[in-house]
Write a protein that binds this ligand. Sequence first.
Ligand SMILES: [Zn+2]
Length: 343
Amino acid sequence: MKATLFRQHGGPEVLEYTDFPSPEPKAGEVLVHLRAAALNRMDVMVRNGWPGLKLDLPHINGADGSGEIAGLSNGVTEFEIGDRVAINANLGCGKCEFCINGQDNMCREWHLLGETIHGTYAEYICLPVRQLYKLPKNFDLHTSAAAALVYQTAWHSMVKRGNIKAGETIAIIGAGGGVNSASIQVGKYLGARVVVIGSNAKKLKEAESLGADILIDRSKEEDWSKAVFISTDKRGVDAVVDNVGTTFPLSLRALRKGGRLLTVGNSGGPRFEIDNRYIFAKHLSIIGSTMSTLSDFAEVMDLVVAGKLKPVIDKKFPLKEAAAAQERLWRGENFGKITLDIP
Ligand SMILES: [Zn+2]
């Protein structure tokens, strides 16, 4: 099969479009002919490598993908050849106490597709049946690939962990990234009033097109927590979606008493100082999570298929141009998801 892979960590130049052996489905697995993959910032971080990351090289990037069933192992009855499927990149073992309890994103043997095992920048992939969501015939495979990781992540954090309800006011830090744009849509779907703190006017305009109610430009207001306070009659917001990290100090100030800070990432870096007094004096909760569970994934994909959550696709690149696609993502030039078209 064709794949875009890397044999050593490094910049975009290490990506190589080449031939690679096709995988064979093991018991309980299916073979998927991928037609679309979607990019995440994690792809670039894995390509660059980090201390302690040990991969079997060559490695294939990619957590998100959609395609058609091309092969079945013995006994698989859930799918037929040709069925269209979206992939859930959150890989639990299916056997540990957390997986049995339906909390597979807390699995003791947890893997993320494309991080520690070969991902979706390839023509074929084999996965256990439980990792696949059956799409309606003719559902666009780029749309489903673009949805899978970011919507399940936003859904689990905001609905299952953060308990965001209709009528609440939430602030989302950042508008351009995949999880943040999904979070704006999920917030509106839940009936919340959504405040977006964006880095510039262009990103805020894009946030507005997704339904954001109140826009705050942090290039003009360094201490945007004050603007959030004013926009809520000095009450503060019920929850902040903060996937930047270094913005925690301002997020804690922007929350009302008893508010929740939700986080699934740290695009601004992992280490920063916070003032503990805000946490106890304001009765705040800091709630972290990553990815979602199998049942959340099915729930959120049902909403995507029903057109209630609509992934924005920024640009499609051919699989062989994955390096250019990753550069666009890493420079933050995209609005919505960048996808790869797989032959
Ligand atoms: Zn497990």
